[in-house]
Design a protein around this ligand. Structure first.
Ligand code: G
Ligand code: G
Ligand code: MN
Ligand code: NA
Length: 252
């Protein structure tokens, strides 16, 4: 409860910053998009990672406020770039399960793209696989409605939970993001499973991106099995807005 007061203050003091981690096309090395990841710049403690505060905010209800803020900053960023004629790429934001249960995510997101007149195709919505686990009507309908409106819907952390195949059966999404733990396997069987999942996703007309790509061997393997996109330290770490702007402003 004390944290709630601190968090409100931190938000109005601008301590929550957007970091951007590029998503790369492994075939040509180009930047195909980026994921926005929040960082808390605390005046005394320095940078606090989301793994520390997001679970707390999901419990105390602050996440709805923080995410709404992050989403608005992201849409504003797109708007500003477009208005000044600068290069833009689709940007993804994260949606917590509790956002979906506690507020009207559809209303908030459509409200934002309408307010700033930004094409919803430029906004990708990352919904973690575990959010789908109870497969409630609510979340199935929300994904479909968001896609119908024109947003890009991405299933995040795919392969990390226990309900992956059911998810693909019930939920409409444009992009499947493979969990980095998926990549850790060294054995033949593990690799065969990754290949089969990539194939299945493509069969279902989804774009496949793998997260947590750190090594050249992983890039080679993923390209070989038909996964085109990657997000990971091999290419780029999450970076400040200004660094990201420099990166996409000077395409190689
Ligand atoms: O940035 P990092 O690698 O530490 O992210 C850790 C986790 O925190 C990720 O699983 C990510 O989904 C989550 N996360 C990062 N930024 C946000 C955000 O703005 N909103 C929500 N809801 N989750 C986020
Ligand atoms: O929302 P999501 O769980 O997809 O958030 C992505 C998380 O993965 C962030 O915490 C980000 O910092 C982390 N990440 C991204 N690329 C890599 C990587 O190559 N290696 C590792 N260890 N973590 C990564
Ligand atoms: Mn994510
Ligand atoms: Na993930």
């Amino acid at each position: 409860q004390e944290l709630l007061g601190i968090a409100e203050q931190a938000l109005s003091d601008g301590e929550f910053k957007l970091y951007f981690q590029p998503k790369c096309n492994m075939n040509n090395g180009k930047i195909a998009g980026a994921e926005v990841l929040v960082r808390w710049w605390h005046p005394k403690k320095g940078m606090i990672m989301p793994g520390v505060f997001i679970p707390l905010f999901e419990k105390n209800g602050f996440i709805e406020k923080l995410d709404t803020h992050i989403w608005e900053k992201t849409v504003q960023w797109l708007k500003t770039r477009i208005a000044s004629g600068e290069n833009v790429v689709p940007i993804s934001v994260n949606i917590s399960r509790t956002d979906i249960t506690n507020m009207d995510v559809y209303l908030v997101l459509t409200g934002l793209v309408e307010k700033y007149a930004v094409n919803p195709q430029l906004l990708e919505l990352e919904i973690t696989e575990s959010a789908y686990i109870d497969k409630s009507e609510e979340i199935i309908n929300l994904s479909a409605k968001l896609m119908d409106y024109g947003f890009i819907v991405l299933i995040d952390d795919f392969g990390s939970g226990y309900s992956s195949l059911n998810i693909l059966k019930d939920i409409k999404a444009n992009i499947l993001k493979l969990d980095m733990r998926f990549l850790e396997t060294e054995n033949k069987k593990g690799k065969d499973i990754i290949q089969a999942v990539v194939y299945m996703g493509r069969w279902l007309n989804m774009i496949i991106i793998t997260e947590g790509v750190e090594k050249q061997e992983q890039v080679d393997f993923l390209r070989k099995i038909g996964c085109t996109y990657a997000q990971g330290f091999f290419y780029h770490r999450p970076m400040e807005q200004s660094a990201f702007e420099e990166l996409i402003g000077n395409p190689k």
